[in-house]
Every structure is written in C-alpha cells, then in structure tokens.
Design a protein around this ligand. Structure first.
Ligand code: ADP
Ligand code: NA
Length: 344
C-alpha cells in the first residue's frame, strides 16, 4: 500500500497500492530452452523489477507520494533500497529471510521472449487504512501477487472509497476474470493483447477479434466497445488500451448526464526525438504517471472531468515516450522535470 502526501503544490493526498517487487533475470539464448535441454546463454542480466515496484517508482518519479506494502526475500533488500532512492515509501515492506524474492526468468531469443514468474506473497496490512483515513485515495494493482490478495485489496479499496486502477498483467485465468467484481474498479489499463484475451475469456472470440495485432486506434476502440457492452463487464469501468507506438485509446464510462454515450479518447504516442532503445517497462511507466496525474486531478490541482483525464493521459504518454528511448526498464522511467521539459 502506498500513501502520498504532496506538499509542494497540493494540500495533500495519498494513494494506496499493494505491490510486488522482484528481480528480473534476463538470459539471452538462441532459442527457448526445451525440457531436458541445456543451452549456453550469450548474455545474463539481473534487473530490478516487478510490475508493482516499477509502477510505484513511476508514481514517485512523477511527483506523487506512494507507499509500497509487500514482501521480498533477503536477496531483495537492495531492490527495496533502490525503490526508496526513487522516493517510494518502503516502511511497510517486509524482508522475509525464509523465502527468495519473487522473480521473473526471461529467456530472450531473436524471435522474442518467454517468461516464468515466481511469486512471493505480500502480506495484507495488519492494520489496513480505514475510511477515516482519507490519506489513501488510490489503489494501483497489477497481477503479480496471489489472486486472493488482489481480491482483498480491491474490496478494501471500495470500503475506504479509494479509486482502484488495475493493470491485469499477466492476464488472469478465465475463471478469475469471470469472478472479478468489476463494479469496484474505476480504471482498467490493458494492452491490445490483454483486451483480446479478456474478450476471448468472456466468450467474444472468432471474427470479433479479427484484425488483432494491427494496433490501430479504430480496431482498439471496437474491442473496448465490445468489452463495455458485455453483460459480465461493468459500464462504470473506464478502460485504457495502450497501443505501443500508436499511443492509446481510452473508453470513458458514460457520465451521469448522458448515459448512453461513452467518451472515446485517442491519444497518439509521444513524438520521439531519437530511436526506440528498450520498450521494457514502458507500460509500467505509463501506469504510474497516469495514476499520479489522476491523483493531482482528484486533489483539485488540475482540470476535472474529461479534460483532467486527457491531461493525465498525455502526461503518461510523454513519460512513456522518454522511457522507450532509454535502455532498461525501471531505471529508464524519467522524472517529472524531464517530462515537463519534453512537453515544451
Ligand atoms: P505494454 O508494454 O504494456 O504492452 P505498450 O507497448 O502499449 O504497453 O506501451 C505503453 C505506452 O508506451 C504506449 O501507450 C505508448 O505511449 C508508449 N510506447 C510504447 N512503445 C512506444 C514506441 N515505440 N514509441 C512511442 N511510444 C511508445
Ligand atoms: Na526503456
């Protein structure tokens, strides 16, 4: 969980956020290793990671106050120190000496990558914030913690009236997706593959998904409209579909005044000043910056409504654009002043 307090520009506010910090081991191999096979890798790299850690650090770099609650093994203590250096409050991170830190083992091949995740369960807060504790305003969830924890945090966010934002990556199972209490969510952040996966699980497959992989805003809009219209889904969820170099499409839930129409926003990707170096972590950079933007909006320091959302989306797209032009993942997320400069 993360708690924020903004002293510079805003009175104060906070975010709540369960997280996963982890290690990413990237090994470069000619082909993905098959059972029984041993391959020499040409390169091995250990990176700080975990989507929760990446996103928490992006919120902090954007200028938001963020507190992380979770667990790492003894081998992950340096990760926690690294997070603290980016401005994340790590006072509720437990170091559990009996378990290794959660990690992703990525085999990077010329054709792409393949990944296995090991999870270390973060504990729930022993004394979770109550509704009287209005310093927690936002919850940002990924899907690298056990499913029961995700559901518990979601439920808790509803109780304390915090805005819940979910980036369901890696994609939950069909059974899990069908059981999601969509009504407790305010924002869903997915990429095109994830929205197709979700539709597939909800029984919208086949022809409806044709043209996938095109990453056009028109196609993504159709996919989001299908998701919104699905009886299992809730129209009160705002959905963002990120589209790599094509930017994003957001489908905002119908406002009280015009119930029938959802607002569709298309935000193109940032204009790059150099070549794309590494897109790892761009999605996390985007999510963290976007939530920081939402926080500012809800603290009353920015425009409200659709204009405020658009402002937060544009800020996040600029940040992600800088991120992809730098090598690395979490360390390539720019700080706010760099993003402001590029907004020029
Ligand atoms: P994910 O990594 O989760 O699949 P995306 O690839 O959609 O996410 O990237 C997230 C955001 O990062 C995009 O919405 C876009 O703003 C930015 N981005 C990603 N790739 C590029 C790119 N090649 N050029 C410019 N911006 C990019
Ligand atoms: Na990068």
């Amino acid at each position: 969980w993360i708690s924020h307090r903004y002293r510079r520009v805003f009175p104060w506010y906070a975010a709540v956020w369960p997280f996963h910090a982890g290690l990413t081991c990237v090994t470069t191999v000619p082909t993905v290793v098959r059972p029984g096979e041993t391959l020499s890798s040409t390169h091995f790299e250990r990176r700080a990671g975990g989507k929760g850690a990446n996103q928490a650090s992006a919120v902090a770099k954007a200028g938001g106050r963020v507190k992380l609650i979770g667990a790492v093994g003894e081998d992950g203590a340096h990760l926690v120190r690294g997070l603290e250096a980016t401005g994340v409050d790590i006072s509720d991170v437990i170091v559990d000496n009996s378990e290794p830190t959660g990690r992703a083992i990525i085999q990077l091949t010329p054709e792409g990558e393949n990944c296995a995740n090991y999870l270390l369960a973060p504990p729930l807060l022993s004394s979770p914030p109550t509704s009287a504790d209005s310093s927690y305003t936002h919850l940002l969830l990924q899907n690298e913690i056990p499913w029961s924890a995700t559901l518990a945090y979601l439920e808790h966010a509803t109780k304390i009236n915090a805005t819940a934002v979910w980036n369901p990556s890696p994609l939950p199972s069909a059974e899990q997706l069908r059981a999601i209490p969509w009504g407790s969510l305010s924002w869903l952040i997915v990429n095109e593959g994830e929205v197709c996966g979700m539709l597939d699980v909800l029984g919208v497959g086949g022809d409806a998904l044709q043209g996938s992989g095109q990453k056009t805003s028109q196609h993504a809009t159709q996919l989001l409209e299908k998701l919104h219209a699905h009886p299992r889904f809730s129209q009160s969820v705002n959905v963002i579909c990120t589209l790599g170099a094509q930017g994003l499409v957001a489908l905002l839930s119908p406002s009280g005044t015009k119930k029938a129409d959802s607002d569709v926003l298309h935000v193109p990707a940032a204009k790059l000043s150099g070549p794309v170096k590494d897109t790892t972590g761009a999605g996390d950079c985007f999510a963290g910056y976007f939530v920081a933007g939402l926080m500012e909006e809800s603290a009353g320091s920015g425009p409200s409504g659709v204009v405020g959302v658009l402002r937060a989306l544009r800020l996040a797209v600029k940040a992600a654009g800088l991120c992809v032009q730098r090598p690395g993942a979490v360390e390539s997320t720019p700080v706010r002043s760099e993003v402001e400069r590029s907004l020029g």
